[in-house]
Design a protein around this ligand. Structure first.
Ligand SMILES: Nc1ncnc2c1ncn2[C@@H]1O[C@H](COP(=O)(O)OP(=O)(O)OP(=O)(O)O)[C@@H](O)[C@H]1O
Ligand SMILES: [Mg+2]
Length: 511
């Protein structure tokens, strides 16, 4: 029998939302099955039921031809189902081995037998061609390796059905290539892989078949060889993709943001931003490209005031910023900031959606009159933004954690957009949002620029940088390795700078 999993007529209801509405999907062995759909379509919820985190309100789960009931992930794991979550679940202070064996420790005489566990994991690493320092502390690993630990954890538990929820959202292109090679070899060894992603190019490259969810229902199923990105887009959002974006001519505006000779070190004392200087003028979008981990995050922490230990100077709207100026003081000078990590810096999952919106909005003069906050006005603004950005929320009083990943990202974008900053730092602004919302956010950024505002866009997505930027700065090992002006923008040119290749001679050597 070729069927590994049958999700039959699954129904899951949350207060105010039918997250899954009679969903039926067959997952085959030896196959990579893509699941796509808009933010809030019900993808994660469906998978959490297959992984035993939620009980379905209706329908059945069948595994290898037998009906299964899961009361917890433990039950799902014992049936050889593994899940790598949209947000990592590793314990940072533990080593790689400790994290991997957390779910199934090898016990000898009442003690955990680390040596034996390590041997088993090393064997797995050899089988799947993973290079991994098993003693490394998890928090020191780059995201690509953290994710590998998550995959190893699932494999160690013996998964032959592996659920991957947006695995590439935080990976570099190199890490994505490696991940895909791993997933293909897992499939070829017999596994079933379920891949949730918003990147249609990945669906086309990697999957064997695709199911589309919309508003909790299955609205389409195709074999990947018979489809293409435009058709998938149409199945998902009811229209094709916008292939270019209209922009007005660039104007020669005044300086909105000027940073000079910025230097800062990380916790280990290593120089991570090394003498960076640039400016962003009103009426332009400046993109910062680079492989993640080359100082972009730390540079933005300095400019936004999240890190106040740095060398060099920052000017906003022609005014010098005191080094100890708080993020809010910088906001009052005209700076807006969409932080790259919606989980840690951007939101509070335990607070209500209303309070997540108020988090920065409450200081707006229209809402805050001599420290008296008008909740009514604030709620009016929240409702307007929810409508404008089509954010799917169960209600303003629901917790932040009840929002789907992409809807939380949309809420953060809308909140900062609503503050109407003169100069916006947008770090990974479309991470995890669906293709329709991505287009919407792109159009809002260009609209801000056309209205004469300044945008500093930091993104790992080269296509996003290329589509939106008037000028691109490339960061490599903490420095600006080059600048590419509009008119000269090409992926090859930026790609070389991202690899640290600056001179023409070096570029020829590479060719
Ligand atoms: N714990 C919860 N309480 C209330 N509503 C919830 C909860 N979890 C999810 N929902 C709602 O169920 C719907 C489906 O959410 P889900 O996370 O499955 O979406 P998704 O397709 O994974 O979206 P994304 O692409 O943004 O990750 C959303 O409208 C969401 O707000
Ligand atoms: Mg999700």
């Amino acid at each position: 029998m070729n069927e590994a999993v049958l999700l039959k007529d699954i129904v899951k209801v949350f207060p105010g939302t039918i997250a899954n509405d009679h969903v039926t999907i067959t997952i085959r062995k030896n196959s990579i099955h893509g699941i796509v759909g808009e933010n809030g379509a019900g993808k994660t919820t469906l998978m959490k039921q297959l992984y035993g985190m939620y009980r379905p309100d209706g329908g059945e789960i069948w595994l290898n031809g037998k009906k299964a009931t899961f009361h917890s992930p433990k039950d799902a794991i014992s049936c050889r189902i593994g899940m790598v979550h949209q947000h990592f679940t590793l314990v940072n202070s533990m080593s790689v081995v400790e994290n991997i064996i957390l779910g199934r420790p090898v016990i000898k005489h009442g003690f955990v037998d680390i040596k034996k566990a390590k041997e088993e994991i090393s064997q797995l690493c050899r089988k799947y061609n993973f290079e991994m320092d098993l003693d490394a502390k998890t928090e020191d690993l780059p995201v690509g390796l953290k994710q590998r630990v998550e995959i190893l954890k699932a494999l160690y538990l013996g998964a032959d059905v592996l659920i991957m929820d947006e695995p590439t959202a935080v990976l570099t292109p190199q890490e994505i290539t490696e991940l895909f090679a791993t997933l293909r070899s897992l499939r070829d060894l017999g596994a079933s892989i379920i891949l949730i992603t918003h990147k249609l190019s990945e669906v086309i490259q990697l999957t064997d078949e695709v199911t589309v969810l919309r508003d909790g229902k299955v609205t389409g199923h195709v074999f990947t060889k018979d489809t293409n990105e435009q058709e998938l887009a149409r199945m998902m959002i009811g229209r094709g993709l916008q292939l270019h974006i209209d922009k007005q001519e660039t104007k020669d505006g005044e300086k909105a943001l000027c940073v000079k000779n910025i230097r800062c070190r990380n916790d280990d004392g290593i120089m991570v931003v090394d003498d960076v200087s640039f400016e962003v003028r009103y009426g332009e979008i400046v993109g910062i490209a680079g492989v993640q981990g080359n100082g972009q995050t730390e540079l933005i922490e300095v400019i936004s005031g999240m890190n106040q230990e740095y060398g060099g100077t920052v000017e906003i709207d022609g005014q010098g910023v005191p080094m100890k100026a708080s993020p809010w003081q910088r906001r009052t000078m005209g700076l807006g900031h969409i932080p790259e990590d919606r989980q840690i810096q951007g939101s509070a999952p335990e607070a209500t959606i209303e309070d997540n919106f108020l988090m920065t909005t409450y200081r707006k003069p229209e809402i805050n009159y001599h420290s008296l906050i008008s909740r009514k006005k604030a709620m009016g603004e929240l409702e307007a933004m929810v409508g404008k950005f089509k954010i799917k929320i169960p209600g303003c009083k629901a917790k932040g954690s009840s929002l789907s990943g992409g809807n939380m990202q949309k809420l953060i974008f809308a909140r900062e957009y609503n503050l109407n900053p003169k100069c916006l730092i947008a770090a990974q602004p479309t991470r995890g949002v669906d293709i329709g919302a991505m287009e919407f956010i792109h159009n809002r950024l260009v609209e801000m620029r056309d209205q004469g505002k300044a945008v500093l866009l930091v993104s790992n997505e080269l296509s996003e940088i290329m589509l939106l930027s008037d000028r691109v700065l490339v960061m490599y090992e903490g420095k600006i390795s080059g600048e590419v002006k509009s008119g000269e923008l090409s992926e090859e040119k930026i790609g070389l700078l991202m690899a640290g290749i600056t001179g023409e001679k070096e570029a020829q050597d590479v060719e």
